[in-house]
Design a protein around this ligand. Structure first.
Ligand SMILES: Nc1ncnc2c1ncn2[C@@H]1O[C@H](COP(=O)(O)OP(=O)(O)O)[C@@H](O)[C@H]1O
Ligand SMILES: [Mg+2]
Length: 282
């Protein structure tokens, strides 16, 4: 081993130690991933976080989608800046009723600024979020990733030694199997336990005739879960209210607690908690 490499190794170990120390009071760390974009990862991550907060859990949301950070907008915190604490730590944005939020977007000059960074720089930012944010003690940290199996989820898998697991979001088409397989194989390759698959945009209730229409078919995510041997966590139908609530920055589990989308989400949240319970039972 050259001198430089051993130096690199020890500085990497120090980073890892700092992360471990800073995150030691977080009971569960969940990584939301998918094989491709636009399937509803951010929607699931945000509404999972808020449904857990409604159950009085201590929750934080970390957005590691460096190129397309949407979390701040989807929780109505666009324009709010991250704070700096006297001890040098980063203070998360607090979103009522009780979700701490951290993303790169509050650090950008404006929302249209593209982030043009290579992998190592992205890994550095993610590792700083993990080691320098004042997370405090949490029941759940939910990490929202960009699409695919690139640098960001890989950094999380490598930097967080005790990730509870990955939640894979997919859509119901047959081709979803291909995308889910990629995400499942990614998690397996980096030794992250798989919590299961959520099938999003699964069926659509016609607002006029109230019949269910299978716009993107139904059941692809469930079939993928079966074929890949991982738990199926439930489904969320296509629902115009989900788009509206996302665009308005009001998580639907908060804005329409008794609405149809919230009812489906509460089943997904319950399945996730059940799987976590089973995975972490001693
Ligand atoms: N079940 C759903 N019904 C209707 N629109 C949805 C649903 N899930 C997500 N969307 C919308 O689709 C778009 C992409 O969702 P998003 O959560 O940003 O996906 P990703 O994070 O995987 O790229 C958003 O505008 C979101 O509001
Ligand atoms: Mg997203």
């Amino acid at each position: 081993m050259t001198e430089k490499t051993s130096q690199d190794t020890s500085s990497q170990e120090r980073v890892q130690e700092r992360i471990q120390e800073n995150m030691k009071n977080i009971a569960h760390k969940l990584l939301v991933i998918s094989g491709k974009g636009g399937v509803g990862k951010t929607t699931v991550a945000v509404n999972l976080a808020f449904s857990l907060a409604l159950q009085d859990k201590k929750v934080a949301l970390l957005d590691v989608d460096i190129h397309g950070p949407n979390i701040a907008k989807m929780v109505g915190a666009e324009g709010t800046k991250l704070g700096a604490l006297p001890d040098g730590k980063i203070e998360p944005i607090f979103v009522p009723p009780g979700v701490k939020v951290v993303s790169i977007s509050p650090l950008l000059k404006n929302a249209d600024t593209p982030v043009i960074w290579r992998g190592p720089l992205k890994m550095k930012l993610i590792s700083q979020f993990l080691s320098d944010v004042d997370w405090g003690s949490l029941d759940y940290l939910i990490i929202d990733s960009p699409p695919g199996t690139g640098d960001e989820p890989l950094s999380c898998a490598q930097l967080i030694p005790d990730l509870t697991g990955a939640i894979i979001v997919t859509t119901p088409q047959e081709v979803a199997l291909l995308d889910s397989r990629k995400a499942v194989n990614f998690a397996r390759a980096v030794n992250v336990p798989i919590i299961g698959i959520v099938e999003n945009m699964s069926g659509f209730i016609c607002p006029h005739c109230k019949k269910e229409i299978e716009l993107f078919k139904k059941g692809g995510g469930e079939k993928a879960a079966r074929e890949l041997g991982v738990p199926f966590l439930g489904r969320l139908p296509l629902d115009p209210y989900i788009v509206i609530s996302g665009d308005e920055g009001k998580p639907f589990v908060i804005a329409q607690r008794e609405g149809s989308a919230a009812r489906y989400m509460s089943k997904v949240t319950a399945s996730i908690l059940k799987e976590i319970g089973e995975k972490t039972r001693i």
